[in-house]
Design a protein around this ligand. Structure first.
Ligand SMILES: *Cc1c(COP(=O)(O)O)cnc(C)c1O
Length: 509
């Protein structure tokens, strides 16, 4: 009697159609859901002609206001998708649009999107081998492959991460702990920070990513521990200033322990002189970390990989795959030259990765990661590299680098567009509209307005940045489907807007 009741209840709740499983209900439900979603995505894509709908923050907030986020009895997928299409998908940024070129925000490869679907279905967790028996080894192989691309020795190792933020944090944590152990005979993991921590210093270019400071804060060293080094006219770290700063530190009895070199600064794509920095690091026994979140992808290009020369000398490397590797968010890696370093942060949980597992040769990746439960993002890289092929990958990257150079040449033909980095090493172009009135503040205001208006009118999603007090516009040309003619049209819009605003300002004055 009781059993019958329980079974009736079960069939009325219909759990069977909620999961993908080999029962007919599971297969049918999955197929239908995928088909409906596919239809929605196709129709969404067809209706869009601009990189963004142009709605203001207030308009979007109003759309989302009152959005139903849960329903007691459950709804049909079709109904939910229709609602979301209006309120959420419609006012989304179209990352695949040729003039969606503001941030380090790439159009994802179909290969990556499909891998994401597979990852979702299989849902392996990378922390312990028994949750990801094959995926564990796939990730290891991918890490080895990436290490080889960077000409890292066989002693190297790494782990997939959520991106550059986590990778940079890991680098500075290992650098800090290795330094404390070697120089101060102090084990941070056990005892916390040593009393000398207040004197520990990290050096990086003034254009290094803000996550260097963020990591220093989280590592208990404070922002004061990060010393910005001057850059040259190409926005690359100046080794002379670095040497000066190191001698000053020595005199002050400070304890420099790491240099962060940037291989592709976020604004300019500039690459610090890696070989020279490696020499200085060796001389002063400093950990050299290369933040190659943006520039790491150049390793795939025969034509451009020379720009990374010296990266193989780094103690650790950050690579982001959700930038110039065209992967869905999130996907990154942290690489170290000496895998023994991971011992500094490793920990053992009896339920997950007991020491006995290691003795028996079972590989649990949790010991290398800051995360416990972790996605099988390595599959996205594998599918992309095999499906697209490394040759076509290289050509995409080369194309975007050539495009950036082409854009610089193009802008030379427009006297009111002033380029700040006329020799981009990767694919970022920083420039501004200048009005000839020699009024810095008005020009700043105008460039801000141009950026907003381009987005509002749907001409382009362009970024803005401030360099030495001046507002600039920025193009990050990751999309290999963007053409020079797309940019030419965008430039004409920018100039038209600039002229109009100058006119309006004059009338007010
Ligand atoms: C994007 C970026 C980061 C941060 O990486 P996330 O993947 O956003 O966490 C760090 N450094 C550089 C140079 C970057 O371009």
């Amino acid at each position: 009697m009781k059993v019958q009741k329980a079974q009736d209840l079960l069939s009325s709740l219909d759990f069977d159609s909620l999961f993908f499983h080999k029962g007919q209900a599971g297969l049918d439900a999955f197929e239908e859901a995928v088909n409906r979603t596919k239809a929605l995505l196709l129709s969404e894509e067809e209706t869009h002609v601009t990189p963004y709908s142009g709605e203001t923050p207030l308009e979007v907030a109003t759309r989302i206001d009152g959005l139903k986020v849960a329903s007691e009895k459950g709804e049909g997928l079709e109904e939910i998708l229709r609602d979301l299409q209006q309120r959420v998908f419609h006012p989304s940024v179209r990352v695949t649009h040729p003039t969606c070129i503001g941030h380090l925000h790439c159009p994802p490869l179909i290969a990556s999107v499909i891998a994401d679907l597979i990852i979702g279905v299989l849902n392996p967790s990378m922390d312990s081998w028994d949750q990801s028996p094959s995926a564990t080894y796939v990730e290891q192989q991918l890490i080895q492959w990436i290490c080889q691309q960077f000409k890292y020795p066989s002693s190297s190792d790494g782990v997939f991460t959520s991106g550059g933020t986590q990778s940079n944090y890991m680098a500075l944590m290992l650098a800090r702990d290795a330094f404390c152990l070697r120089e101060l005979q102090w084990e941070v993991r056990r005892h916390g920070l040593p009393q000398q921590a207040k004197r520990m210093r990290i050096l990086c270019s003034e254009y290094a990513h803000f996550t260097v400071q963020q990591a220093a804060v989280q590592l208990g060293l404070g922002e004061q521990s990060v010393i910005p080094v001057a850059t040259n006219e190409k926005f690359q770290l100046d080794p002379c200033d670095l040497k000066d700063k190191l001698s000053t530190m020595k005199a002050l009895k400070l304890l420099p322990f790491a240099i962060v070199a940037t291989c592709g600064t976020t604004d300019f794509g500039s690459i610090d002189p890696l070989t020279e920095l490696a020499e200085i690091a060796t001389q002063h026994q400093l950990w050299l970390h290369v933040d190659a979140a943006y520039g790491g992808a150049l390793v795939l290009s025969q034509r451009n990989q020379d720009k990374l020369k010296g990266i193989e000398l780094a103690d650790s490397i950050t690579v982001d795959f959700h930038k110039l590797f065209y992967q869905t968010i999130s996907c990154g890696a942290f690489l170290v030259k000496e895998k023994a370093c991971f011992r500094l942060i490793e920990r053992h949980a009896s339920y997950l990765n007991p020491k006995e597992d290691e003795d028996e040769g079972v590989l649990n990746l949790v010991g290398k990661s800051l995360q416990t439960t972790r996605r099988f993002d390595a599959l996205k890289i594998l599918l992309s590299m095999r499906w697209v092929g490394t040759e076509r990958f290289a050509r995409m990257i080369d194309y975007t680098i050539d495009l950036a150079q082409g854009v610089v040449e193009l802008m030379k033909g427009f006297p009111s567009l002033q380029v700040l980095n006329p020799h981009p090493e990767i694919s970022a172009v920083v420039f501004r509209y200048v009005s000839q009135r020699h009024d810095e503040e008005r020009d700043n205001q105008m460039n801000r307005r141009i950026q907003q208006m381009l987005l509002k009118q749907g001409h382009g999603l362009v970024a803005k940045t401030v360099v030495k007090g001046k507002v600039y516009l920025k193009l990050t040309l990751l999309n290999p489907r963007t053409t020079l003619s797309d940019i030419e049209k965008l430039c004409q819009k920018i100039i038209a807007l600039g002229m109009r605003y100058t006119q309006m300002d004059m009338e007010v004055m």
